[in-house]
Design a protein around this ligand. Structure first.
Ligand SMILES: [Ca+2]
Length: 237
């Protein structure tokens, strides 16, 4: 009896075992990162230091890579799209960045933000996170992406250089992520600024869950049959 139960227990343990996961920052200073904005169905890369009627712009010293350095004293500031000829300003809403982590494919399950140095009205008040395994020009096509978090509410600290961390449900792995800010604390017109962003989760491809569940269900069925056989026929009365 004992050996049968031990065998069943061992088989179940093998079927259900999941490797221990250590949440880590998936982003680093060696990543490929592009600042820009989302316009309809596209991510439009921004321009450093120049106003443009179609692209967003950021100061040369405040480009998107500043969110990767872990230094709250440096920030990414995006002024949004500014049609200088017609004096039409669209503000920092829907600006953000596209990042391809050098660590490779990963499963993101959390995000952290650190507020930048000045003007709290520039702080994002929501964000959208999308993932893709596309490459090349397809990286700028929103049709290539899967939405992981849509307009997730953000209540960033009023304090400058302070951080918050948020978790979300996701089991899929992606090679690149697009994060843009749907709204800002001060409405549509301010610039957008953020000092640091971390994506947390596990590096590597996602575990193919349907297969794992099927294996687990198969093992459970085997265990059930084994226990029934050990206990003998079940009385029908
Ligand atoms: Ca920084």
């Amino acid at each position: 009896m004992k050996s049968t139960l031990t065998l069943v227990t061992s088989l179940l343990a093998c079927a259900m075992a999941v490797p221990a996961a250590q949440a880590a920052n998936l982003l680093g200073t060696g990543d490929t990162i592009v600042g820009g904005h989302v316009d309809g169905s596209a991510f439009v890369p921004g321009i450093a230091g120049e106003y443009d009627s179609l692209a967003s712009n950021f100061p040369a010293g405040e480009s998107a890579d500043k969110i990767l350095d872990g230094d709250p004293g440096t920030k990414y500031l995006n002024r949004g799209v500014f049609d200088n000829a017609n004096l039409v300003y669209f503000g920092g809403v829907n600006t953000g960045f596209l990042v391809t982590p050098s660590a490779g494919e990963s499963v993101a399950t959390g995000i952290a933000f650190t507020t930048a140095n000045d003007s709290p009205e520039r702080d994002p008040s929501s964000y959208s996170l999308l993932g893709t395994n596309a490459s090349g020009a397809a990286l700028n096509d929103l049709a290539s992406y899967t939405m992981i978090v849509s307009a997730g509410g953000l209540s960033l600290p009023e304090g400058r250089g302070e951080s918050i961390a948020l978790g979300f449900l996701n089991t899929a792995s992606y090679a690149s992520y697009l994060i843009y800010f749907d709204s800002l604390r001060g409405g549509a017109t301010p610039f957008m600024q953020i000092a640091d962003v971390q994506l947390t989760g596990t590096v590597g491809a996602a575990i193919p869950e349907p297969g794992s569940y099927a294996l687990g269900a198969g093992m459970a069925a085997f265990a059930f049959v084994a226990l029934r056989r050990f206990r003998g026929p079940v009385s029908s009365g």
